[in-house]
Design a protein around this ligand. Structure first.
Ligand SMILES: [Zn+2]
Length: 156
């Protein structure tokens, strides 16, 4: 779905709707499986060099647990999503569908744990993974404070 820059007024353009799950076109073995249409709300602002988009993304997915590899249902909801696109010289429009597909894939957790995301769920492989992580922690040097400072700043 192309959004033309010439259609975006100075006060911004409000768009909302749904895209079918087929926009994802992922391999069945992918750890992310969309299970229904995804909904979007987007306020689009066009500047000289960038297009800024802000809104909400929601949709039903199955995600693969990084520990037990089982798929679990997850209702994704990103209430304050935003993105920026660079405007190339001569570019007249951008494809909203592609943007929203990429944003979902970026925002969904890449190594989710079923027991962290499903209330009451006990991951059958949790203990194995924790033992493995303990082993790794014993071997690996402690991470310096720099990493966490950077993370904290990023979260704000
Ligand atoms: Zn699990």
């Amino acid at each position: 779905m192309d959004v033309f820059f010439s259609d975006i007024p100075a006060e911004g353009l409000h768009l909302e709707g749904e895209f079918p799950k087929s926009i994802f076109d992922l391999d069945p073995a992918d750890p992310i499986r969309p299970t229904g249409p995804v909904r979007y709300e987007a306020d689009v602002y066009a500047f000289d060099e960038v297009v800024a988009v802000a809104g909400r993304l929601q949709g039903p997915f199955q995600l693969q647990c990084g520990a037990c590899l089982e798929y679990f249902d997850h209702e994704a909801d990103f209430p304050a999503w935003s993105a920026e696109l660079d405007r190339e010289p001569g570019q007249q429009s951008f494809d909203l569908e592609t943007l929203i597909r990429e944003e979902f894939l970026l925002l969904l957790p890449s190594h989710p744990r079923c027991d962290e995301m499903v209330p009451g769920r006990v991951c059958p492989k949790a203990e194995l993974v924790e033992e493995h992580l303990d082993d790794l922690a014993d071997e690996a040097p402690q991470q310096g404070p720099g990493v966490w400072d950077a993370l904290d700043q990023w979260k704000q």
